[in-house]
Write a protein that binds this ligand. Structure first.
Ligand code: SF4
Length: 318
């Protein structure tokens, strides 16, 4: 478990020491492979991925920690104490801390400026204050308890390979004390919320399907008792809209058995192609350069102008 996070004692027995497993894979690894196998190879076999940092990821981390702190206080101390939290103070401290850490990792190079940082801070405070006023619409202590914050998943990823483990952290996990239902939330910070394209991006949505499958496997909860939801927060809302604008979008992806099986099948194929039974990465396999329709997969790829490692003529556009 990451330092400073919360885990309800009843789940501790199902935790595994992640340092003892032969090979760990994550949602970001698998989704990268799904979009473009060659980019996965260049990143994870050849180790060529450059350190990438942005104000969005930096703000995202600071916001997550502030929001998660609120929920931890609310469920482990009291609603009153949580509501007395000064969001501005906490978010300012966390943003400073995270930005300093990222600059240090970025070889001391700055990637933002005071004006931009101040704008992100104000956006974050606006989201948190908006949420605080409507807290009861989103979270209640009646019949709900906190199961975990940044709750760890470390579980065999495919029945066909005993050495590869799914590894990740779930932002927020709640348990209904009456129905025993589990609700897994993934917090996403976004500029304007998710549009139609984002909501129908099956690979994006699959993140929560993997959490559902692997949570069931690791913690022994029946899948039908697990709900999953993206908790998308918007930094900007339309100022002159005719309708009241929400700062939060709750998006529940289709997570039935057909979707679960489809996602698991594609993880099985990823593992079969990329790892041997001891969990070693298979460098001698073919990894296709899949640029996708309109080269959409290349847009943020660090190798998009590296024509030596990813020759233009090999890029599959479909
Ligand atoms: S540039 Fe495009 S095709 Fe090449 S590795 Fe990156 S995503 Fe794949």
């Amino acid at each position: 478990m990451k330092y400073g996070n919360y885990l309800s004692p009843i789940y501790r027995l199902s935790q595994r020491d992640a340092t003892t497993v032969p090979r760990k894979i994550s949602y970001s690894q698998w989704s990268l492979y799904e979009r473009c196998p060659l980019s996965w190879k260049l990143n994870y076999i050849d180790g060529l991925a450059p350190f990438q940092v942005s104000i969005e990821t930096c703000f995202g981390t600071a916001f997550h920690e502030t929001f998660q702190h609120f929920l931890t206080v609310m469920y482990t101390e009291s609603v009153k104490r949580a509501e007395s939290i000064n969001f501005r103070d906490i978010l300012t401290a966390k943003l400073k801390e995270e930005y300093t850490r990222c600059v240090a990792e970025n070889a001391g190079e700055h990637f933002s400026n005071p004006l931009q940082l101040a704008e992100y801070l104000e956006d974050g405070v606006a989201i948190l204050e908006w949420f605080k006023k409507r807290r009861s619409q989103y979270f209640s202590t009646k019949n709900w308890e906190l199961a975990g914050i940044e709750m760890e998943l470390c579980v065999q990823a495919s029945d066909a390979n005993p050495s590869v483990y799914w590894y990740g952290f779930m932002d927020v996990v709640m348990r209904n004390t009456v129905t025993n239902k589990i609700l897994i939330l993934d917090i996403k910070t976004s500029r304007n919320g998710w549009n139609k394209n984002a909501k129908s991006d099956s690979l994006k949505l699959a993140q929560l399907i993997t959490y559902k499958n692997y949570f069931a496997k690791q913690y022994g909860t029946p899948k039908e008792n697990i709900d999953v939801e993206f908790f998308v927060v918007k930094r900007k809302i339309m100022e002159e809209s005719m309708f009241p604008q929400k700062r939060i979008q709750n998006i529940r992806p289709a997570a039935g058995s057909v979707t679960q099986k489809r996602v698991q099948r594609s993880i099985d194929l990823f593992i079969e192609h990329c790892f041997d039974l001891e969990g070693n990465k298979q460098a001698d396999k073919v990894y296709l350069a899949t640029a996708g329709k309109g080269a959409a997969n290349c847009k943020y790829c660090p190798f998009k102008t590296d024509y030596e490692r990813c020759p233009k003529e090999n890029r599959i556009r479909e």
